[in-house]
Structure formats: structure tokens, C-alpha cells
Design a binder for this molecule. Sequence first.
Ligand code: FPP
Length: 311
Amino acid sequence: MARALSVTERPRRSPSFCDRLPRGRLRLSASECTARFVSDTVIEARNLPRHIAIIMDGNGRWAEQRGLPRTEGHRRGSDAVRRVVRAARRLGVEALTLFAFSEQNWARPRLEVQLLMSLLREFLVSERGEILDNGIRLRAIGDLARLPPEVRGVLDPLANDSATNGAMTLTLALSYGGREEIADAARDLARAVAAGQLDPEAITPELLQSRIASVAVGEPDLLVRTGGELRISNFLLWGAAYSELHFTPKLWPDFDADDLYRAVGAYQSRERRFGLTGAQVKMLRASPSDTSENDSTIAPRAAQGLAQGAR
Ligand code: FPP
């Protein structure tokens, strides 16, 4: 039976206990901190999503609603990134992937693109210490060659220096497009076929997947989109095939730790079936290695997904 961290109970210690710890010393497990940080959600410590991905939308509208330039929305969006990275780390998720700049975003006005790049650089510079101190591994996916040298100059060293960290992986999707990376993977296989090294009949989903760059960061269990739009906008198209989707009208600059916990609470109320029936899922949960009563082509994948999702 999963242990529930009831947030309706008043915390024994001050609610700001975790916030008051010195920066860079946040060695907190979910069981230590979750209950203190969730205001209206009950989260099971045992059934956390291992990987949360977020489409951070609504910066522009947040600014426009206040009569401010869009760029101010992006600035406040950066602050939300800092908050949410800390909240995810405290919660104990293994991976957080943020859609920070899409392949299509290059077509935005030049000044907006420049500001987004400089916010990204500022974030990487200002958070470097906290990322390293907290055992966070920073990675980036996307067409990184298009990023300006000022960004690569801070991104690459931080990715290198944090490469062996294991507390949480923070992946920034930058100049990223889901269709683009699937096309890259298809091109790779097509080259191998053209060179006579690969039989087209040998192309399976698993083989194609092995060439898709973002697969290295893992499939998101939970995909959150802020800003009220109900679409996934070319984000992690392959990896999100079985992700649980959570949409919130909150604009990204207003998104905070409680909103993240609400999304996790919603995730925990779902039954993940990976194409199976509810009865099969129950059986696999009880005995993950028993695939005898299942279609052998589906069951191993479902069993793997269920085993990964159920901690
Ligand atoms: C979408 O909002 C958001 C973006 C295109 C950029 C996201 C960037 C940040 C959150 C800040 C910088 C990132 C990091 C990692 C420090 P939108 O502009 O499309 O909003 P709208 O739909 O309201 O116009």
C-alpha cells in the first residue's frame, strides 16, 4: 500500500523550512519535504513520475495582460524555471525536461530571440553553482549548433561538469523539434540502407528509436503544458507516445511548486495501461515478470512501462 503524504496535515516544522536551507544544500528526499510544500494535493511518495516534461507556455500573454512587453513575460518565465527546477529536485523526480526554445521559435522577432538567448545564458551562469551543488546533471537536446556561441560557451562546460551527477537530470530542449529529430533518425537509417549496411525489413520502432536523440533522456511519464493550449507543439513526439498529459490554464510565469505538485497529483490518479486492459495491468502489477496470459509482442513493453512507473 503506497504511503500517502497528506498535505492537509499541518507540517511539524515551519512551512518555509526547506526554503531556509542554505542554497546549494538541498539534500532533501520527497518524504522529508513533499508534505510541507504541497498545499492542496496528496502525493504518494511511492508513485512519483520519474520523468516530467513541461511545455512552458504563456509568457507573452502574461506580459500583455499587464501592459508589459513580451520580453518581461520571458524574464518572469525564467524565474518560474528556477522555482520549478528546485521543486522537482525536492520532490525527488529523476528527470525534468523543459521546452525552452523550439526550432520554430527562431522565426520570432529578432529582439525576442536575442532576449531569450540572453535569459538562457543568464540562467546557466546564475544556476551553475546550485546545479552542481545539488547533484543535478544538465543536458540539452535539439539543434545545438544553431545556438549562439555565448550560450554554447556556458552550456557545454556545465553539461560536461555535471555529466556524472545523479540526483536529477535537467534537460533543456533548445532549438528543438520533435519532427526534425525523427527526420534526422530516418535519414540516418536511410543512409545505412543506401550503403547496403541495413535491410529495410530490419527497420523496427526500436531501431528507429535508437537513432532519436531525445530518447537518451528517457520517455516522460508526465507531460505538462501551461498556458491553456491543448496541444503538444512538436515536443518529444516519439517519447511522449505513452506520457500522461496534464494541461493547465496557468500562464508559465505564474506556475509554481504547488502547480507542479497538482500535476503530479493528477498523474497519480490515472491508470497507465500501455495499450492493455485494466485487468491485464492489475495482473502485471502483481507479477511483472508473468507475461504468460498476454500477447507476447505487447506485454514486455507494457511490463517495462508499468515497472518503471511504479516505484
Ligand atoms: C512560450 O511562451 C515560451 C517560450 C517560447 C520560451 C520559454 C522561455 C522561458 C521560460 C525563459 C527562458 C528559459 C530558460 C530555461 C531560462 P510564449 O511566448 O509563446 O507565450 P504566449 O503563448 O503567451 O505568447
